[in-house]
Design a binder for this molecule. Structure first.
Ligand code: NAD
Length: 417
C-alpha cells in the first residue's frame, strides 16, 4: 500500500476506535506538545532564526466582529418562510447587505418575499432575486462575500464549487438520512407517539425528521401496533380527510415518493392519491439496505424499519453511512443513549425525542460531513454572518520596550523574548 494511504488509514482507524476522545488522552497529548516546546527551545530558536530570522512577543488582543459585506442566502421550499427569514435575521443583525434567493417551488411564499418583504427593508441594502436552477447558477457566477445555502447535498456541491472560484466562505445546511435507534427496553407507545409526530409532521418534508428506525425484530413487533394506534389517533381512520396531515409539495416529489412505496413490505398505510398529492402515513418493513428507500433521503411520510440484532450493530450501521444532520436514540437506559451519542457523529442529537434540539436558540443548528458545514440559530447566526477580525492595538509610546525585539539579535536577547 502507498505509505501515505497507509498513514491516513491508520489515523482514521484510531479516530473511529475512539483513541482521541478521552480527556486524559487529550491532556497527555497537550502535555507532550508543551514538553516538545520546552525541551527543544534552543533547537527551535536556531531553526526559526535560520528559516525566518524571527521571534515573537505576546500582546493584548481583541476580536472585532465585522459584517462580511454582500451576503447571498439561498433557501429551499419545505419551510419556505422560516428557512429564508431565520438566516436573514443573522445576516442583517451582523450588518451585511443581503441578496435573498427563495425557492421557486414554494411559489406563493416566493411571491410574498419578492413583492411585500422589500417594502419593510431598506432596498438600498437588500434585494430578492427570483429563479430556479438556471437563474441561481447565473447568480452564483457573481462574487459574494458570504453564501448561506439550505438545500440538498447535490446542490450544496454546486454552490460550494461556485463559491470556491471567488474563495467565498459558505455555510451549507444540507439533508440526508437521519437514523432513529429504538432500544428493546422502551415503552413502544411512547416511542410511537414521538416518532410518528416528527416523521409525519409537514408530511415528512422536514430535514431533521427521522428517516428510518433501527430496532430488533422483537421491538418491531411491539412498535407496529403502537404506530398504527398513534396514526389513527393523530389523523383518524381516514388520514386523507384529516386537516392535520400535509400534502406533498408537487407532482415530481409525489411520483418519487410513490415509487418508494414499492420498497420492502407495507406494514401500515401505503395508500396514495395523485390528484390530491396525498401519501398516507406509511411504515415499511423487510426493507433491504440496497433498495432506493435506504439509499436516498426520503423527505416524505414514509418510515422504514430496519432490523439490527444489537446496539453494536446499530452503531456500526450508522457509522457506515454519511454523517447525518440529526440522530435520535430512544432508551430507558441513559448509558445506551450516551453510547449512541459518543460513538457516532451527526449535526445534532436528541435522546428520547425528535427535533426538539433544533428549537432551542441556545443550541447551534447545522450539519457535519455530508449533512453540511457551519451553524446558525440565536447568537450563532450573528457569529456565522460576522468576520471575526483579530486585532491588536499598541501604544505609540514605550518604544524602549520594543527595542528588545528589533535586530540585531543576540542569543541572550532572544531568550528574553
Ligand atoms: P434543492 O437543493 O433542490 O434547492 C435549494 C435551493 O437551491 C433552491 O432555492 C433552488 O432554487 C436552488 N437550486 C436548485 N437546483 C440548483 C442548481 N442546479 N444550481 C443552483 N441552485 C439550485 O433543495 P430543496 O428540494 O428545495 O429542499 C430539500 C432539501 O433541502 C433536502 O435535502 C433537505 O434535507 C434539505 N434541507 C435542509 C435543511 C437544513 O436546515 N439543513 C432545511 C431544509 C431542507
Amino acid at each position: 500500500m502507498d505509505p501515505l494511504e497507509d498513514t491516513l488509514r491508520r489515523l482514521r482507524e484510531a479516530f473511529h476506535a475512539g483513541r482521541t476522545r478521552p480527556a486524559e488522552f487529550r491532556a497527555a497529548q497537550l502535555r507532550g506538545l508543551g514538553c516538545f516546546l520546552q525541551e527543544n527551545k534552543q533547537l527551535l530558536h536556531d531553526a526559526l532564526a535560520q528559516d525566518l530570522h524571527k521571534a515573537t512577543q505576546l500582546d493584548s488582543a481583541f476580536i472585532r466582529k465585522e459584517p462580511f459585506g454582500l451576503v447571498l442566502i439561498i433557501a429551499p421550499w419545505n419551510y419556505p418562510l422560516n428557512l429564508t427569514l431565520v438566516p436573514l435575521v443573522g445576516a442583517l443583525a451582523a450588518g451585511n447587505c443581503v441578496v435573498l434567493k427563495p425557492s421557486e417551488i414554494s411559489k406563493n411564499v416566493e411571491k410574498i418575499l419578492a413583492e411585500v418583504l422589500p417594502r419593510y427593508l431598506d432596498q438600498s441594502c437588500f434585494a430578492v432575486v427570483l429563479g430556479g436552477p438556471q437563474e441561481t447558477g447565473q447568480l452564483l457566477e457573481h462574487r459574494f462575500d458570504y453564501i448561506f445555502f439550505t438545500g440538498s447535498p447535490r446542490v450544496g456541491k454546486i454552490v460550494m464549487t461556485a463559491a470556491a472560484k471567488h474563495l467565498t466562505p459558505v455555510t451549507l445546511e444540507l439533508g440526508g438520512k437521519n437514523p432513529c435507534y429504538v432500544d428493546d427496553n422502551c415503552d413502544p407507545q411512547t416511542v410511537a407517539n414521538r416518532v410518528a409526530w416528527f416523521r409525519y409532521f409537514n408530511a415528512g418534508q422536514t430535514c431533521v425528521a427521522p428517516d428510518y428506525v433501527l430496532c430488533s425484530p422483537e421491538m418491531q413487533e411491539r412498535l407496529l401496533p403502537a404506530l398504527q394506534s398513534t396514526i389513527t389517533r393523530f389523523y383518524g381512520d381516514d388520514p386523507q380527510s384529516s386537516p392535520n396531515l400535509g400534502r406533498i409539495i408537487n407532482q415530481k416529489q409525489f411520483q418519487r415518493l410513490r415509487a418508494l412505496l414499492g420498497c420492502g413490505r407495507v406494514a401500515i398505510g401505503g395508500q396514495s392519491d395523485e390528484s390530491d398529492r396525498y401519501i398516507a402515513p406509511t411504515v415499511l418493513v423487510d426493507v433491504q439496505e440496497t433498495e432506493p428507500v435506504m439509499q436516498e433521503e426520503i423527505f416524505g411520510p414514509i418510515l422504514p424499519i430496519v432490523n439490527v440484532r444489537s446496539l453494536d450493530e446499530a452503531i456500526e450501521f450508522i457509522n457506515r453511512r454519511e454523517k447525518p444532520l440529526a440522530l435520535y436514540a430512544f432508551s430507558n437506559s441513559s448509558q445506551v443513549v450516551k453510547r449512541v451519542l459518543t460513538q457516532t457523529s451527526s449535526g445534532g442529537f436528541c435522546g428520547n425525542d425528535g427535533f426538539m434540539h433544533m428549537t432551542l436558540a441556545s443550541l447551534p443548528f447545522g450539519g457535519v460531513g455530508a449533512s453540511g458545514m457551519g451553524r446558525y440559530h440565536g447568537k450563532f447566526s450573528f457569529d456565522t454572518f460576522s468576520h471575526h477580525r483579530a486585532c491588536l492595538l499598541r501604544s505609540p509610546g514605550m518604544e524602549k520596550l520594543n527595542a528588545l525585539r528589533y535586530p540585531p539579535q543576540s542569543p541572550r536577547r532572544l531568550r528574553m523574548l
